[in-house]
Ligand binder design. Sequence first.
Ligand SMILES: Cc1cc2nc3c(=O)[nH]c(=O)nc-3n(C[C@H](O)[C@H](O)[C@H](O)COP(=O)(O)OP(=O)(O)OC[C@H]3O[C@@H](n4cnc5c(N)ncnc54)[C@H](O)[C@@H]3O)c2cc1C
Length: 309
Amino acid sequence: MLRSALLAASRSPQVRTVVEKFPPTQAIVQRFVAGDVLDQGIAATAELVATGRKVTLDHLGEDTLDAEQAAGTAEAYEHLLAALADTGLAADAEVSVKLSAVGQFLPDDGEKIALENARRICEAAARAGTTVTLDMEDHTTTDSTLGIARDLRADFPWLGVVLQAYLRRTEADCRDLAHAGSRVRLCKGAYKEPESVAFQGRKAVDLAYVRALKVLMGGDGYPMVASHDPHMVRIAGQLAEWNKRGTDSFEYQMLYGIRPEEQLRLAEAGNAMRVYLPYGQEWYGYFMRRLAERPANLTFFLRAMATRG
Ligand SMILES: Cc1cc2nc3c(=O)[nH]c(=O)nc-3n(C[C@H](O)[C@H](O)[C@H](O)COP(=O)(O)OP(=O)(O)OC[C@H]3O[C@@H](n4cnc5c(N)ncnc54)[C@H](O)[C@@H]3O)c2cc1C
């Protein structure tokens, strides 16, 4: 119930206005978001890399219905990738992109515009010597996102894509994508989805995650295990061992600000550990999904509101 309400609020302009104007919000947002501007994203990246972690940066934004804003986001990624190259961080840091931020939902030619903007970002990544991963949004976008990924892979075979274990289709998508050179980030899924397309409830989603992970770990691609769940992390390690995978043939991924000690433990044990690092002003949707994932985060937020009177 609570999760559904928060996920509904994540797409409400009215709630957005209230939350953004609430004074202590910034302090809480800082736990999950590196800052408003590029320099803060780069500084946080340098700190993580200095502790043996890798990074994927997200220039925050989503659901744009403005072609200029979509092009502006692509340009922001070009600046980001140039900055990663200039600071010597590109070997350890890549970028994550939401296609809805670069035009996927535009009424006319949305997919075409998103493809062109994503291509610009991939070209900038190639110049910088790093990679791009396409985030996955709600299920109405899955076919479109996988189609755009397929087109881009013809020129940028290193392009990664996210699959969400809660979707009933994902095990089959994993089989399609578990081939050599294919980078797949497997997460549980962060949106509110109907039962017709997605498993409901923690246990069913966890079981689906393990089934999908078995396919990826047993295949020839490069699995990216995106979960903070200790069970999933342990199972990933076992599956890697059973499939005789070296630590260079898969990686763990976690979100900035979540389980940092576990991130360090995994990195210190010799694993590739990548942190998903968002920065920028469009933090609202991202932040609300993080609140929805964990009731304790909401309690913290509400307590801060209450103490402000
Ligand atoms: C690198 C990365 C990229 C992602 N990309 C996408 C994407 O493209 N599309 C998409 O739909 N989803 C994405 N997600 C989010 C994902 O789908 C889940 O919603 C999120 O990771 C929570 O699931 P979990 O596997 O960590 O397990 P859970 O069972 O939700 O959590 C396990 C434990 O992790 C900790 N934890 C989890 N979430 C939080 C939180 N918000 N705050 C504090 N502690 C927490 C808690 O200790 C919790 O008990 C991504 C996640 C990661 C790590």
